[in-house]
Design a protein around this ligand. Structure first.
Ligand code: GAR
Length: 369
């Protein structure tokens, strides 16, 4: 009977690092949860190991995986995950750590090389982790991810086949917003009345004090603030990445932009292509951008409205799924007009989402030029 597996201690790894250092050889360090080992992990670890002469994996403890990925994870206990990893030829030691970030371990081990999976850039690395690496003189290497293989996609496949009826019928959505949150409130109401058969897995906002987040919290939803960075229209690379991670963790089918006023880019746009919808207060392709009701008044339009459309990398330009018209009345201000447009949005958006659930995309071609 083989002896029970015991993970390495920080002192063990530090000794390994010092021995290698004396020999002019290099210790590679990487970190992660490695909950359900797949070929993508194995290939990534092989590539990482080739950057030096030995490799240590800092493995997130069960507690830290729960914090990062939600209460359903990890699937496998930390010692089991460590034992499986340590059996790989690329891995020389596995050390378990409790924090969300590996900063303290990097400080203690001072590895020669740090490897990270390629959905990061050097700029989107956690600031503290990056500072610890620079302080230790560690070389940072970003390696490409192996496409099509991820723990989340494996879990989703398993859920899809084992639980088909339940999973097919309920749309799992994320709602992103920056402002008042009236569209979020309409989605919640539609779910409560069963007009929309969906589950809001997560809500995200770039505005910490927004009414949007307040509504989400009051409804008992997961409500997450993401610091978008200094530019009010752009999202920093780190924020783009953070939003992607939240969506992946929440295992959403569809991303709904309900008054989210910053521009989403990679990795979300690519990973959720065809599954991101936006509601916009004009009859697109007219009046794109941030002040659509005012633009309709300035243009002297007699009618405007709202559009629900797919989101692509081009602003307000993806396939239009549905539209509703609203008359522009004499004496309308941007505020009075926008308020009437929102009344239509509150009906249209839940309706589009439910039709999506029933039929799959595209829902309908209304308004497609
Ligand atoms: C909505 O009218 C939506 O169409 C608009 O922001 C408002 C958000 O209201 N979106 C855009 O202008 C996007 N270009 P809400 O926070 O009350 O739901």
């Amino acid at each position: 009977m083989p002896a029970d597996y015991t993970p390495a201690t920080i002192a063990d790894v530090r000794r390994l690092r010092d021995t290698l250092d004396q020999q002019g050889r290099k210790l590679v360090f990487t970190n992660g949860c490695f909950d359900l080992l797949h070929a993508g992990h194995v290939r990534y670890l092989e590539q990482a190991r080739a950057l030096g002469d030995a490799m240590v994996i800092a493995l997130n403890s069960d507690q830290s995986v729960r914090t990062l990925k939600g209460p359903d994870r990890p699937l496998n206990h930390q010692n089991d995950r460590a034992e499986v990893l340590s059996a790989l030829r690329a891995v020389d030691a596995v050390v378990i750590f409790d924090d969300e970030r590996a900063t303290l371990l990097i400080d203690a081990i001072r590895p020669h090389v740090y490897a990270k999976g390629g959905d990061y850039t050097v700029d989107s690395l956690n600031r503290e982790e990056r500072a610890a690496l620079e302080n230790a003189g560690t070389q940072i290497c970003i390696l490409p991810l192996v496409p099509g293989r991820s723990t989340t996609s494996t879990i989703n496949k398993m859920l899809g086949s084992g639980n088909a009826g339940a999973c097919e019928s309920k749309l799992r959505i994320a709602v992103l917003g920056s402002g008042e949150g009236s569209n979020l409130r309409a989605i919640i109401a539609a779910i409560q009345s069963s007009a929309l058969i969906a589950e809001i897995a997560i809500t995200l906002s770039d505005q910490a004090d927004s009414n949007f987040l307040k509504i989400a919290r009051e409804a008992g939803l997961t409500a997450q603030f993401v610091d978008g960075g200094p530019n009010p229209r752009r999202l920093s690379d780190a924020a783009q990445k953070e939003i992607f991670e939240h969506l992946e963790r929440a295992r959403v089918d569809v991303v709904v932009l309900a008054g989210f006023m910053r521009i989403l880019k990679e990795p979300v746009i690519g990973a959720y292509q065809g599954r991101i919808v936006n509601v916009h207060p004009s009859l697109l392709p007219k009046h794109k951008g941030a002040s659509a009701p005012q633009l309709a008044i300035d243009a002297g339009d007699s009618e405007t409205g709202c559009s629900v459309h797919l989101v692509t990398s081009e602003i307000d330009a993806g396939l239009i799924l549905a539209q509703a018209k609203v008359p522009v009345l004499s004496g309308d201000t941007a505020e009075t007009l926008h308020a009437r447009i929102k009344i239509e949005e509150h009906k249209l958006l839940p309706q589009v989402l439910n039709e999506w659930r029933e039929r799959g995309l595209p829902v309908r071609g209304a308004g497609v030029p």
